[in-house]
Structures are given as C-alpha cells and as structure tokens.
Design a protein around this ligand. Structure first.
Ligand code: SF4
Length: 472
C-alpha cells in the first residue's frame, strides 16, 4: 500500500522527514524516497528497500540534504517522489493508492501529441506520473488536485512539495487517512500514520476529511484550506484490523484498542469452549489474542516467537515458495507451550491461508491437542480494488473464494455471492467448514461483520468493507 510523511518546519526538516517516513515502513517494502526544499532548491533521493530497511538506506544521504520543507514516502509500487515542472510551478509528488483506469488516462493524455511519459512501473506507465500529469494539466495546483480526484477510478491520497509549502490531499472518499500535526514552535506535518508524529514532537490537530486538501504554508505556518471535504466517506476498515501500526489512530480511533475489542467479541462467541492458553499469530494477531485472553481470563502464551534480528520481511520475495520458506523460518515454536495443550490462536484475517497452513501444520507434531483459530474479520471474498492490499492475479488465490469455487462447481458469479457473506446462511457455514478442514484446525470462527464494525466504533456507512461484502 505505502505511506508518506511531509512537513514544513521552523528549523531544518531533514531529520523529521527521515524518521517520520521511516515510521511508515510497515506499509510497504519496494521503494523509499525523501525530497526536501531549501536554499539548494529541490533535493531528492530514492532507494530500493526490498532487501534493506528504509533507515539503513537513507542514513548516508542525510548530510547532503538541507531544507525546511519536505516529503518522504514508503512505496509498494513505483519510485517516488517525482519532480514535476509544470505551469503551476515545480513540485514534488508522492501518492498512496491505486489508479485502476491508468491505461485509459494514459491514452487520453497521449492523444494530445505534446504529452509523453518518462517513468515506468510494472511494464506500464507510473501511476504517480499519471497523477502528476492530471494535477499539472489544470490551471492551478488546487484545481489539479480536484481534477485528479474526479478523474481516477480507485483511490489516491497525495502529498505535494512546492515553493508555497506542502499540499496534503486525501483520497476522495477517504479510503486512506491523512492527519495533521503541529509542534509547539509552529512547525506543521502531514502524515499517513498518526503515530509518526508523537516522537517528533507534533501534536495531532485534526484528520483531513474525504477529498479535503490543505496547504501547510511554508511562510505563514498556517493550514490553508485548498479543497473542502466531500460528503461521502469510505475509510478502509482493514486499516484497523490489520494494516495500521498499533500506536496509530484513524479518525481518532486507536488501532490497538480496536484489536482488543475484536478479541473480546471473538471471546464472547466462545461460551463453553475450554482451552489451556491463547496466542496470537505473530505479530498481527497479538492484540486480538490479548483482547480474547483478557475477556476470558485465560493465560496469553507465545507458542511461536518471531526471530526478527536477521530475517527480512517474508513478502519481499517475488517467489511464493521463498515467501513461504522465509515465513516458516522466521517463526520459532516454544514447544513447552504447545505440547499437550488445547490452544486458541487469534489472527487478523485469513487471506490466502498458505503461510498460516504451513505454520500450523507443525503443531500436531509438537504435541498440540487441539488447535482453535479465530479470525478478527469476516472471510475475505473480494480482492481489494482500492489499495494495493494483497494483490492477487485471480480471486481464487483467496482461500474463501476457493471454498466457494468448489461448492459452486466453478460456476459462481462474483455479483451473487451474498449468501457467503452472511454468517447465518448454511452456505457460509459450509464455506467455513471447508476452510477449517483445508487448514487442519479443530475449530474455526470468524468475527461477524456487525461485530467487526462495532469493534471499530465508526459509522458503518462511512467504512469500506468491500473485501468482505463485495459492496462499495
Ligand atoms: S476493499 Fe478491504 S482492504 Fe480495500 S479499501 Fe476496502 S476495506 Fe480496505
């Protein structure tokens, strides 16, 4: 998916951009970028971070960068930020999201013979360059940001670095967040993750509304309104369940607290189930499991620990086999907490199920008596078309869809899967039974959509739940 951080500072801003961007490293693993504006004009560095962490790649660049205004990004896709020379002035741009109608927009631009694209990604044109072209095609940056939101199919939140300061523009329906923070000295920051602000001395002032754009003014240190918030909000619910960092909040709702509430809801479904201990699937299931264990007054025990000092993140490799191997090698069992135990594991979600299956296949060997699994959200039946969440070549990569495919003899119609999204239908029960059987669990339950929304505590009609319901 990716994340970003930008600031206008009363002092040198490079350290803030460096650490503020680094705090988004959990959101992507392809490219990192930093761009600052100072006496030497625009300065920019971009590095491949597939094998190294952001900090280790950019540390060597810090002495060469100077400025009081800058942006940085972690990108899961193309190289960013880009530098754009436009009639509205020179600007740096970084974005988070997906542009689904990229080819259509590219074709529209190329019909105008004076336009061309220079950046590429994945065999096509770079989404960031198309976003930049849409912005640059308008009469002003404000109009350009409006045009961008109006013309794209997908989602797109943007930071622009300009002579006037940093423009922050949230996706038109707010699928991804932008939070604004201020330091005591008046310096301002715009960040995807609110937790990137705290250690740098910024206090959260407010979250931008859907489609809202502001300018963090480099001269006045005011927050100038650029575009008003739009009416329709569809914030990604999955940010709270899985994507977001535990210390982050969106719309004022903390991620870790939501995960505890998910665990409590899951525990409430389990009247009468007797287990010896609760564990999270490291790391994303940990908070859900703590919520479950706390509600049931059961011991929380780490049956697996993650060996973090040396292993890179498992999704770095393009090869599924390598990813599975790395995922397996990273988790080391504590056999004393597994042998002869009835265990309950919480997981944020079960997407493809491959890594989870590999992990849990070893539990019976180590003497686990029972393996109960609870997922903190409903079965994922639809691939996300708004963020780069778990991009799949086919929906059949999703374990729930494979179960449906088998039940429907391959004749299922994407438009008519409602019966599998409703936890009260026999079809849903059978789908879950098949998943449980494939995974080798003693029991399997998912949190219902209603409970998931209740745990988040944000109005249902303002949340995107497309990957569970297929409804936008
Ligand atoms: S489809 Fe799922 S992951 Fe994608 S934006 Fe909606 S809730 Fe988030």
């Amino acid at each position: 998916m990716g994340g970003f951080f930008g600031c206008v500072s009363k002092t040198e801003c490079v350290a803030d951009i460096f650490y503020g961007t680094d705090y988004h490293s959990h959101l992507g693993n392809m490219r990192g970028g930093m761009m600052v504006l100072g006496e030497n004009g625009f300065q920019k560095f971009i590095h491949d971070i597939r094998r190294d962490q952001f900090r280790s790649k950019f540390e060597r660049d810090l002495d060469a960068m100077h400025g009081n205004c800058g942006i940085g990004c972690i990108s899961d896709t193309d190289s960013q930020p880009l530098t754009v020379f436009s009639s509205s002035g020179t600007f740096g741009i970084t974005m988070v999201g997906i542009i689904n109608n990229l080819e259509e927009l590219q074709a529209e631009f190329l019909q105008n013979r004076h336009t061309h694209f220079t950046e590429s990604w994945g065999g096509g044109v770079s989404p960031t360059e198309v976003a930049a072209s849409l912005i640059a095609s308008a009469s002003s940056l404000a109009e350009g940001l409006r045009t961008l939101q109006d013309k794209i199919d997908g989602s797109c939140s943007v930071l622009l670095l300009t002579e006037q300061g940093v423009y922050a523009s949230r996706d038109k329906v707010g699928r991804t967040p932008i939070v604004i923070g201020r330091k005591e000295d008046g310096s301002l920051a715009a960040s995807f993750e609110s937790c990137a602000l705290h250690n740098l001395g910024y206090k959260v002032i407010r979250w931008l509304g859907p489609g809202e754009a502001v300018l963090l003014n480099r001269t006045t240190f005011e927050i100038d309104s650029v575009l008003p918030a739009r009416k329709v909000m569809k914030m990604c619910a999955f940010m709270w369940i899985y994507y977001g960092f535990p210390a982050a909040s969106y719309e004022g709702i903390n991620v870790e607290q939501v995960r505890y509430r998910c665990g409590e809801n899951l525990a409430k479904q389990d009247d009468g189930l007797e287990v010896d201990a609760v564990a999270g699937v490291p790391d994303s299931g940990t908070a859900h499991a703590l919520g479950y264990a706390g509600y049931k007054h059961l011991p929380y025990r780490r049956s697996f620990v993650k060996y973090t000092p040396t292993w890179p993140r498992s999704f770095i490799s393009d090869s599924q086999t390598t990813r599975r191997h790395v995922a397996k090698m990273k988790l080391i069992p504590i056999q004393e907490f597994i042998h002869d135990q009835k265990l309950l594991f919480c997981e944020d979600s079960i997407v493809r199920g491959t890594q989870l299956k590999d992990t849990f296949a070893r539990l019976p060997e180590w003497g686990a008596k029972e393996i109960h699994v609870r997922a903190a959200c409903p079965p994922i039946l639809f691939g996300c078309k708004f963020l780069n969440f778990s991009p799949s070549r086919t929906p059949l990569e999703l374990i729930a869809r494979r179960a449906v495919h088998a039940m429907e003899n391959g004749q299922e119609d994407e438009q008519h899967l409602e019966k599998y999204t409703d936890a009260t239908t026999p079809e849903y029960q059978e789908m879950v039974r098949r998943i449980r059987e494939e995974m080798g669990f003693t029991t399997l339950k998912y949190q219902t959509l209603e409970d998931t929304i209740k745990a988040i505590g944000f109005p249902a009609d303002q949340l995107c739940t497309y990957c569970w319901t297929g409804k936008d």
